[in-house]
Design a binder for this molecule. Structure first.
Ligand code: KIV
Length: 289
């Protein structure tokens, strides 16, 4: 795990942002370059989300990713040594069996570089939440549309529309906050309910598809950059079209190669053995001797 960087944002610092006016900003990242981009952009929190299963690993849902894979991606993001607080998702079935197993899995993510873990669900997860907190690992809650419950919920559906379901979500949020979660993600619930929950709990809420009243907002890196263009959820705002730009750039490279416009002599090495190596830090790097 990389050494700590001074000035990194901590769980108590995030918690202290409750009600102080400026919304928290969280974005997902799954490797060193994406964590570096998010950090240079000045976000408060970087989430190594289990959405990695879908947006990076090509799975149909988030249920396929393992603790080992989450640790692998967490370690890659941590190598960017972000100032933002790095949070890692506990994947499906890593916190469902027993508190000791949950703590072991949370510890694997902390050893990979996470400063907190996120897990989905409300009151039924309290024994696991308490065990992880007892191991001194900050916990972020996640309520509403919890994608790991895809099959139980009958699909990706907005949650909390019925009064009883809404009341249960408020109770879940209060229970998670009272148990010691430093922050709670609210996903795909009506904005009025998100507002009610935000007012009911003493810790920040971070919304995704939960309207403007949360204490912060999160988006998936690939969605906000337009790197993932297959799914367009109502709540996604695209700030770039990186996939389209990337396809155009690779197509231009292909045209240049096929037309023998690439490489030029200036992009090639002269003859004779000088003994000089590549000065770039990697093979094919842009800095060459
Ligand atoms: O895995 C993820 O990307 C998430 C966010 C949607 C909050 O959990």
């Amino acid at each position: 795990m990389p050494a700590s960087r001074t000035g990194t944002i901590t769980a108590p610092a995030v918690q202290a942002r409750k009600g102080n006016g400026e919304p928290l900003v969280m974005v997902t990242a799954y490797d060193a370059p994406s964590a570096r981009i998010a950090d240079e952009a000045g976000v408060d929190l970087i989430l190594v989300g289990d959405s990695v299963a879908m947006v990076v690993l090509g799975h149909e849902d988030t249920l396929q990713v393992t603790v080992e894979e989450m640790a692998h991606h967490t370690a890659a993001a941590a190598r960017a040594r972000p100032r933002a607080m790095l949070v890692a998702d506990l994947p499906w079935l890593s916190y469902h069996l027993s508190p000791p197993e949950t703590v072991r899995n949370a510890a694997a993510l902390v050893r990979a570089g996470a400063r907190a873990v996120k897990l989905e669900g409300g009151r039924k997860r309290l024994p696991m939440v308490s065990a992880v907190l007892d191991a001194e690992i900050p916990v972020m809650g996640h309520l509403g549309l919890t994608p790991q419950s895809l099959h139980a919920m009958g699909g990706y559906k907005v949650q909390g529309r019925e009064r009883a379901a809404a009341a249960a979500l408020v109770d879940d949020a209060v229970a998670l906050a009272d148990a010691g979660c430093f922050c709670i993600v609210l996903e795909a619930i009506p904005s009025t309910l998100a507002r009610e929950i935000t007012e009911a709990v003493a810790v920040p809420t971070i919304g995704i598809g939960a309207g403007p009243w949360c204490d912060g907002q999160v988006l998936v890196f690939h969605d906000l950059l337009g790197l993932e263009d297959r799914i367009t959820a109502t709540f996604v705002r695209r700030y770039a079209s990186i996939k389209a730009d990337a396809v155009a750039a690779v197509a231009e490279f292909a045209r240049d190669v096929r037309a023998r416009r690439f490489p030029t002599e200036a992009e090639s090495y002269g003859g004779g053995h000088t003994g000089a190596g590549l000065s770039g830090s990697r093979r094919g790097g842009s800095k060459t001797a």
